[in-house]
Ligand binder design. Structure first.
Ligand code: HEM
Length: 206
C-alpha cells in the first residue's frame, strides 16, 4: 500500500487550481509588471489582511500540536509587506478587505474554532506561493522601477526560500493528521487558491 503524504495530497489536489492561478488575468498583469503602483498596493493590502488574519489565529492556537510542530517565528513576520505598503503610500492598518478577503477571513475564524489544525491549509498556499513569487519580485522591481521596497514581500525569504519550503514540507509530513484533518486541509487550501482568483477579479473591476 502506498501512503500519500499530506504534502503530496495538497499538491496533487490543488494542482489544477495552481494552473488556474497562474492563468488568472490579474496574476498575468502582475507577472508582466503591467500593474501600476496603486494596483500593486491594493493587492498587497489584501495579502496583508490574509497574512495577519491567519497569523493571529495561529498564534492564538499555538498549543495545537500540529501548529506547534510546523509554525516558525518567521511565519508571523510581516516586515516586508509593511515596508512595501509604506513605500507605496498605503497604511497597512487602514487596509479594507474586499468581499473575497472578508469571506476567507470569516472561514479562517470558523476553522480556528472547529478544525484548528486545518489553519495550516491557508498557510500552505501562502508558503507555497513563495516558490513562484521570487520571479514576480524580480519582474515587478524591473518593470515598475522599484527600489528594495515595493515588491520585497514576494521575495521575503530571499536565499532561504528553498530551505524554508523544504522545512515546511518536512514538518507537515511529520504530523499525523487524521483523515478528516487531511480532507479539511485540502478544503482550506482550495479556498485560499480560489480567493486569490476572486481578489484578482475584484481588483480588475475597480
Ligand atoms: C505567475 C504565477 C505563478 C508562477 C509562475 C508560479 C510558479 C510556481 C512554481 C515554479 C512552483 C514549484 C516550485 C517547486 O516545487 O520547485 C510553484 C509552487 C507553488 N505555488 Fe506557484 N506560481 C504562480 C502563482 C501562484 C499563486 C498565485 C499561488 C497562490 C495563490 C501559488 C501557490 C503555489 C503553491 C501552494 C505551490 C506549492 C505546490 C506544492 O505543493 O508543491 N502560486 N509555483
Amino acid at each position: 500500500m502506498t501512503t500519500v503524504t499530506v504534502m503530496e495530497l495538497l499538491r496533487d489536489s490543488t494542482s489544477d487550481m495552481h494552473n488556474s492561478a497562474e492563468a488568472n488575468e490579474f496574476q498575468h498583469k502582475l507577472s508582466g509588471a503591467k500593474v501600476d503602483k496603486d494596483e500593486l498596493g491594493r493587492y498587497l493590502q489584501q495579502l496583508y489582511l490574509i497574512h495577519t488574519g491567519v497569523s493571529s489565529l495561529i498564534e492564538a492556537q499555538a498549543d495545537n500540536p500540529a501548529i506547534k510542530h510546523v509554525v516558525r517565528e518567521y511565519h508571523h513576520d510581516q516586515t516586508s509587506i509593511v515596508n512595501d505598503l509604506e513605500y507605496l503610500g498605503q497604511k497597512p492598518e487602514l487596509a479594507v478587505p474586499l468581499k473575497a478577503t472578508a469571506e476567507l477571513i470569516a472561514s479562517m475564524n470558523d476553522t480556528a474554532q472547529n478544525e484548528t489544525a486545518a489553519l495550516l491549509g491557508y498557510l500552505y498556499v501562502l508558503e507555497g506561493s513563495t516558490n513562484g513569487a521570487k520571479f514576480l519580485a524580480k519582474a515587478l522591481r524591473k518593470g515598475l522601477d522599484l527600489p528594495e521596497a515595493g515588491a520585497s514581500y514576494f521575495d521575503r525569504y530571499g536565499e532561504q526560500q528553498r530551505e524554508r519550503w523544504n522545512n515546511f514540507k518536512q514538518a507537515m509530513n511529520e504530523v499525523e493528521f487524521s483523515e478528516a484533518e487531511r480532507a479539511k486541509l485540502v478544503s482550506t487550501a482550495t479556498e485560499t487558491f480560489q480567493t486569490f482568483g476572486k481578489i484578482g477579479d475584484e481588483l480588475l473591476q475597480k
